[in-house]
Design a protein around this ligand. Structure first.
Ligand code: NYM
Ligand code: MG
Length: 252
């Protein structure tokens, strides 16, 4: 196993990822999704799920977000696909210009801009979740901390501006050796898309991870990765509909 891969022992729940539900159960869930939604409307604490996909560049997050979106949509769940950085806001445009090497910024400054880009979406995020819409989010605070720490910034300093953002209900890490990710059609030429740097990012992701993260084997074919993720996501959406409380990042 490559040194940058996560160790299995760290992820005691790893086995759960590969366990397939019986097709019967999947069928019954599909049929009852409408009913689940109706039952939950009477509950004031029923809400959408905040689902985050993390991983190195070219690990497949964006493709899988699209697949999960259409899967949940097909089951009748209100769901949106989001991504960070959100390059459409004024802050996001500064970030995009930095990533495409059209501007230079101090490492701390760009770190804070990435964080500000999440803060500016925080109230909308909360409103969506409380109104029952689940969000599939391509990158979140973990990207913020892993990428900036890999440049040499202090990890605790990097975490500080993220404190108080909404905590995800589920983090799925698309695990792929950096060398394999680099082989995938090459990188797009943005800042950070270099093998040595990505190896360092992988180490910081490992430091940030906790046993609740679901490790997805992102080396498998797209369809197999999707199958692993669908089951996990549906469980999460159902538990949030039952009123799982919203929590905040890194307050302890
Ligand atoms: N990135 C992304 C950061 O450095 N900090 C952050 O907070 C976030 C959300 O931006 N290489 C990096 C990771 C990626 C790059 O993301 C652009 P994407 O998903 O390739 O558009
Ligand atoms: Mg990228």
């Amino acid at each position: 196993m490559h040194a940058c891969h996560f160790t299995l022992s760290k992820f005691l729940n790893f086995g759960a990822v590969t366990v397939q539900r019986s097709s019967n159960l999947r069928f019954s869930l599909k049929c009852s999704s409408q009913k689940v939604q109706m039952e939950s409307t009477g509950q004031s604490d029923a809400r959408g799920a905040l689902i985050v996909l993390e991983g190195l560049d070219r690990s497949g997050k964006t493709s899988q977000s699209a697949r999960l979106l259409s899967h949940l949509n097909g089951l009748g769940y209100p769901v949106e696909s989001w991504r960070f950085p959100d390059r459409d806001t004024a802050v996001g445009k500064m970030i995009s210009s930095y990533l495409t090497n059209q501007s230079q910024l101090d490492d701390h400054t760009i770190h804070l801009l990435f964080s500000a880009n999440r803060w500016e979406k925080r109230s909308l995020m909360e409103a969506k979740l409380k109104s029952g819409t689940s969000l599939i989010v391509d990158r979140y605070s973990y990207s913020g901390v892993a990428f900036s720490s890999a440049k040499g910034l202090d990890i605790e300093w990097c975490k500080a501006p993220e404190v108080g953002l909404l905590a995800p209900d589920l983090v799925m890490y698309l695990n792929i050796p950096p060398e394999k990710a680099a082989e995938r059609g090459g990188y797009g030429g943005e800042r950070y898309e270099q093998l040595e740097f990505q190896k360092s990012v992988a180490k910081y992701y490992e430091m940030l991870s906790d046993p609740s993260w679901k490790m997805i084997d992102a080396c498998l074919p797209l369809e197999d990765v999707e199958e692993q993720m669908k089951e996990i996501v549906l469980d999460c959406v159902v538990s949030c509909q039952k009123g799982k409380p919203l929590t905040h990042l890194w307050l302890s």
